[in-house]
Design a protein around this ligand. Structure first.
Ligand code: PLP
Length: 348
């Protein structure tokens, strides 16, 4: 979801952005009117996430998935090795991609319990000479979320935060690199936000495509070629909306309260079963099921008829998944909770 006020403002500015006589879609990325949008968006993101001056924000195309390749192409060369935490579908894909470029050590994995939990710090087996340690902060499909930032000592920390970015404060100084495909919590699809410690860039494999080089992205301020201008503009509107919600600190309180509404139902229920272990539960993606696939299908069908879209779980997990990203209003969560209670009474 995108926040309704953002969509309304975009609609109002669609054909003539603030008297410029143009839509943002039509602007040259080198025009002053667009540069102002770009610079303000970057400055707001820097302020909202308290990004230190050691780090740079890059806007890169290819979504989160291209970062699965860009990370090893740019970073693994230092020692030829990297450590990966495999806690779900996306970290597994990232790990497999990294294997093309170097030696990969699986530092920890939750595959023994179908990715229903997040390994503890003690479970992480680091290599001494890893170029970086990689983990996915929120496992969108399995509905688990890291509640702590792994301590990796001197090994640079890399994280995919595609599905929980801007929902919690992050101490960016602890990370060498954070990336997020924007379409879950930030903007329309088509871009990844990359926040990179500038000192880690510049060691990419010689065959790294130009547009995947972090150093080039930093040096060109993400403008080596035409960036996804409209997506960046919408991100700017989303950031302004986020500030009206109290920024990431405000969002943290809101998202915890929203998720608790659904988790309380799961904990009380005799029909619904939460998929993730309680200590590892995601506040963005609540995964659950019933005792049978038939009843799961009935739930999804009746929910759809009642106006609840996208509740079917991912095809690799089955069951159900309620994604409650930042823009989902309280009323939406409350309505789902009421529907679940009604379904429970009718299907005991
Ligand atoms: C959705 C998602 C991806 C994939 O994003 P694309 O932009 O489609 O490549 C990767 N990682 C996580 C955690 C996701 O939620």
């Amino acid at each position: 979801m995108l926040p309704l006020p953002v969509l309304e403002q975009a609609a109002a500015e669609m054909t003539n952005y603030r008297g410029s006589g143009m839509s943002v879609m039509e602007m040259s990325h080198r025009s002053q009117v667009y540069i102002d949008i770009f610079d303000e968006t970057k400055a707001n993101l820097k302020r909202i996430l308290k990004i230190p001056d050691t780090h740079e924000i890059c806007f890169m195309q290819g979504g989160a998935t291209l970062q699965f390749s860009a990370v090893p192409m740019n970073l693994i060369g230092k020692t030829g090795k990297a450590d990966y935490a495999v806690t779900g579908n996306f970290s597994e894909l990232a790990m497999k991609e990294a294997q093309k470029y170097g030696e990969v050590n699986i530092a920890c994995s939750s595959s023994d319990k179908k990715h229903t939990y997040i390994p503890s710090q003690g479970d992480i087996k680091l290599s001494q000479d890893a170029s970086y340690f990689y983990y996915c902060a929120n496992n969108t499909i399995y509905g688990t979320e890291w509640k702590y930032t792994p301590d990796t000592g001197s090994i640079p920390l890399v994280s995919d935060m595609s599905s929980n970015m801007l929902s919690v404060p992050v101490d960016v100084s602890k990370f060498a690199l954070i990336f997020a495909g924007v379409q879950k919590n930030m903007a329309p699809a088509g871009m990844a936000v990359v926040i990179i410690d500038k000192s880690i860039a510049g060691n990419e494999h010689p065959l790294t495509p130009k547009l995947m080089s972090y150093q080039l992205m930093i040096d060109s301020d993400s403008m080596h070629n035409t960036p996804p201008c409209y997506t960046i503009y919408i991100l700017g509107l989303v950031l302004k909306w986020l500030e009206t919600q109290g920024g990431v600190e405000g969002m943290e309180k809101i998202k915890s309260a929203k998720a608790k509404i659904i988790y309380d139902i799961l904990d009380d229920s005799k029909v619904f079963i939460g998929s993730a272990e309680p200590g590892s539960r995601s506040d963005m993606n609540v995964t659950f099921r019933t005792h049978s696939e038939e009843l799961d299908a009935k739930f999804v069908k009746e929910a759809l008829a009642a106006g609840f879209d996208n509740l079917k779980g991912h095809r690799v997990t089955g069951g159900m998944r309620a994604s409650i990203y930042n823009a989902m209003p309280f009323e939406g969560v409350q309505a789902l909770a009421d529907f679940m209670r009604k379904f429970e009474l009718e299907n005991k």
